[in-house]
Design a protein around this ligand. Structure first.
Ligand code: AHG
Ligand code: MN
Ligand code: MN
Length: 336
């Protein structure tokens, strides 16, 4: 039996100690998120046993049907972050507006310095089929000085993120995060209730032979996009073609597999949806931060995701993300 291990909390404290000026708040905030995700994990695993499956009958701000577990995951995250007291605003894919938060510990030296964005349950249409789903989060420092956060605090470029991560509720529950010093992966050991380090400083292969895209939309794409997919399917041993197709329909799960084995994930624009489907603040920015820290690349086809200036909380963006060489090649095709 292994007697030496590193928990998630111990790892973030170790990282924090490399910054003598750090107050410890970011570590505590990450711990609040990890706790919420452990509870979501428990509910996801129990979903087949109790009556939490199925639609609530409500629509979220994107006009999509919301499932009960989305609502639950959202509430758990909002409550955990509110109680933690480190956050001045919470922005969720499931909430129309950002939620400003008061400083619950007023009169102290530290205050609610951070803003958190999250997609509480990503891939929720897969819940009933027992396919992996996940939570994605992204953390910024506030701009404003004090009090509850405002819109400018919430609409920052991805490059300003101080930490980001995701949890996949799959054959096991794993947590992957970056605080700007590499990407680190943890597995939840349910018997001790802790995320334990399994992969420090993860790197994505520079080139791959795997693509992840909803190819059913082929007819709706522009010519460049179609040509790229045609190209990677043509046999050519030297360049690893034809590529294998892997698309499960949960971005976190597709992204995580590509991070480990190499691959490109694309959700492009199409004739109906000029900005594709995925959201800049809840999905693209956090995964772009992670992939860059792992040596990969993330763009909207011609601009770096992390440099895009957000205009609204729920804005969508075309996403090309994964192994560097693959993303660069796809960009060549879509830019003619
Ligand atoms: P969410 O469940 O948070 O709404 O996200 C679903 C997203 C993403 O996870 C996935 O990659 C994509 O939608 C799948 O879309 P298509 O069904 O259009 O392929
Ligand atoms: Mn999502
Ligand atoms: Mn979601």
């Amino acid at each position: 039996m292994k007697t030496k291990f590193t928990t998630f909390y111990r790892h973030i404290i170790k990282e924090e100690r490399k910054h003598p000026e750090a107050t410890g708040q970011l570590s505590d905030l990450l711990a609040d998120i990890a706790l919420a995700c452990k509870i979501i994990s428990l509910e996801v695993n129990r979903a087949g046993l109790v009556d939490v499956l199925g639609f609530t009958g409500e629509k979220n701000v994107q006009g999509e049907m919301v499932k009960k577990l989305d609502v639950f995951a959202n509430e758990i995250l909002v409550n955990s972050l509110t109680a933690g007291g480190h956050v001045c605003a919470v922005c969720s894919e499931e909430e129309e507006h950002f939620i400003p938060l008061k400083d619950v510990y007023a009169n102290r030296l530290l205050q609610n310095r951070y803003v958190v964005h999250f997609d509480p349950l990503d891939g929720s249409s897969n819940i009933d089929a027992n396919i992996s789903i996940g939570t994605i989060f992204s953390i910024y420092k506030r701009f404003s000085e004090s009090g509850p956060g405002n819109e400018a605090d919430c609409l920052q470029q991805g490059i300003k993120q101080v930490a980001a991560g995701y949890v996949v509720y799959g054959s096991s529950t794993i947590l992957v995060y970056t605080a700007g010093r590499g990407v680190h992966g943890f597995t939840l050991d349910p018997s001790v209730g802790e995320f334990l380090l399994f992969h420090e400083d993860m790197k994505i292969p520079k080139k791959s032979s795997t693509y992840s895209i909803n190819e059913g939309n082929y007819c709706k794409w522009d010519k460049g996009m179609q040509k790229y997919i045609d190209f990677i399917k043509q046999p050519d041993k030297g360049s690893g073609r034809p590529y294998s197709s892997r698309y499960v329909g949960s971005l976190v799960a597709d992204f995580h597999r590509n991070l480990l084995y190499g691959g490109i994930f694309i959700y492009p624009s199409d004739e109906k949806n000029k900005n594709g489907k995925l959201r800049l603040m809840y999905e693209a920015n956090p995964l772009a931060f992670i992939v860059e820290q792992a040596g990969g690349r993330a763009t909207n086809g011609n601009q770096r995701i992390l440099e895009l200036q957000p205009e609204s909380l729920h804005q969508r963006v075309p996403l090309f993300i994964g192994s560097e060489d693959d993303v660069k090649l796809a960009e060549k095709f879509v830019n003619g």
